[in-house]
Ligand binder design. Structure first.
Ligand SMILES: Cc1ncc(COP(=O)(O)O)c(C=O)c1O
Ligand SMILES: [Zn+2]
Length: 430
């Protein structure tokens, strides 16, 4: 049996290391409630990416998951690891109607024609709208769930019966909340979802149907600046809840499963490299994982991180980091490069209005290594991308889900007709 590929974590900010065998290694050991400016990243050997061809990427690419290394260290045999991942997927299927499958990724001829691409070039669209929970978010969360259930079954958890499980906690009122509640329902794990007072009632209704406890979070007079949902989420985590988060600084294990999307894309391309990939960025975990996954598949297209004029802290960080020597030096200048966007405006792409790009460091690094750049789009681009993207592909994606395409529209004149460009339609229109 081959040695696990992923050996542990290293913080890109303080250099702390955590062995892969350590359970519940959600955050850098030096991250505190006062200072979350730490960024664990995976330490792993180099091995050509390959899939066992199972349709479920968590099975097909299991060897490349950090979770597989953790479960091996916890004493699970290869067969036991495969069985555990398959068992959890069956449970997801019982709630969702289907489990995780490789999602479609193909050239859209209509979209490529509409944008004037030549036959050798074009736009490839990855369709996440029928993934578990209607978006890519469940990919991030499934690796946390795998870790939790493995720790529990291997006797590494401090609780002794399922009745004593600490609740999962997440601050979200969108796709991440639905994905988290779907996965929690699959394994009957209690979950608290911290939502703003303005949360979409259709979403909160769905969360309730999935058995989540929805906690409305009005701003309290005693609150420091920042999102009150995040404050309540962090209080819950301090009190023992599990951070079931899609932000790396809150739970680095979300950065493990998120890579499945890049692994699928790299494999689906069958050796034909992409020139560029445009990825919509909110908290940044998604873009970090797409880039990381593609790179592991031997593909390093120019990464363009797309934000809207209403909220573009990553673009600001990119510009600011230049004065310190660029992405390589950015980790030493976190506070000078990344801080909450002061006045967040509105956008139809409301899923990428995170005032801070939490996972900015890996995205900055990937843009720099790939000769990419951030793209800030106007609201007209967001709206046109959604109209054109959905009409030309027949995919019913949200404006957040098609916001990467808005970046291509904005950069259109700089892109040659024979370039091969990818976008991910990351979430369904609700
Ligand atoms: C559909 C969709 N796409 C993309 C994103 C952005 O992902 P991230 O916050 O990891 O940058 C989100 C986040 O909510 C989303 O819901
Ligand atoms: Zn650290």
């Amino acid at each position: 049996m081959s040695a696990p590929l992923v050996t542990g974590w290293m913080c890109g900010v303080c250099g702390a290391t955590v062995d892969i065998s350590v359970p519940f290694s959600w955050r850098c050991p030096n991250s505190t409630s006062a200072d979350r400016r730490h960024a664990l990243r995976l330490q792993q050997g180099v091995e050509p990416l390959r899939s066992s061809s199972e349709a479920n990427p968590f099975l097909g690419f299991r060897r490349f998951l950090a979770w597989d290394g953790f479960a091996a260290a916890a004493g699970l045999s290869d067969a036991a690891r495969a069985a555990l991942a398959a068992d959890l997927d069956d449970r997801v299927a019982a709630v969702q109607g289907h489990g995780f499958v490789t999602t479609p990724f193909a050239r859209s001829d209509a979209l490529s024609d509409a944008l004037g691409f030549a036959a050798e070039g074009g736009v490839w669209v990855k369709d996440e709208t029928h993934n578990v929970g209607g978006s890519h978010k469940a990919r991030h969360l499934f690796s946390i769930l795998l870790h939790l259930v493995t720790a529990e079954r291997a006797g590494l958890a401090p609780w002794t019966s399922t009745a004593e499980r600490p609740a999962l906690a997440i601050a979200s009122c969108g796709n991440a909340a639905i994905a988290a509640s779907t996965l929690a329902a699959a394994v009957g794990w209690p979950i608290h979802v911290f939502v703003p007072v303005s949360a979409n009632p259709h979403v909160t209704k769905r969360l309730g149907e999935l058995g989540a406890q929805v906690v409305e979070c009005p701003r309290l007079a005693s609150d420091p600046p920042g999102d009150p949902c995040v404050h309540r989420f962090r209080e819950a985590v301090s009190a023992g809840a599990v951070p079931f988060s899609v932000q790396g600084p809150e739970n680095a294990w979300c950065l493990d499963g998120g890579r499945t999307i890049g692994w699928e894309m790299a494999t689906q391309l069958a050796g034909l490299p992409l020139d560029r990939v445009f990825v919509q960025v909110g908290g940044g975990a998604f873009a970090a994982c797409v880039a990381d996954g593609l790179a592991m598949g031997g593909s390093m297209p120019r990464l363009h991180a797309v934000q809207t004029v209403s909220c573009a802290p990553l673009d600001r960080a990119w510009q600011r980091s230049q004065q310190f020597g660029g992405a390589a030096a950015a980790a030493d200048h976190w506070a000078e490069c990344m801080w909450p966007w002061e006045l967040v405006g509105d956008s139809a792409a409301d899923g990428i209005l995170d005032d801070e790009t939490y996972d900015w460091l890996p995205v900055l690094g990937a843009m720099s290594r790939s000769d990419g750049s951030p793209v800030v789009v106007a609201e007209v681009d967001v709206l046109r991308a959604n109209e054109l993207g959905c009409a030309s592909t027949g995919i019913e994606a949200s404006a957040t889900g098609t916001a990467g395409l808005a970046g291509l529209l904005r950069l259109h004149d700089a892109v040659q007709p024979d370039e091969r460009v990818a976008v991910v339609f990351s979430g369904i229109r609700r």
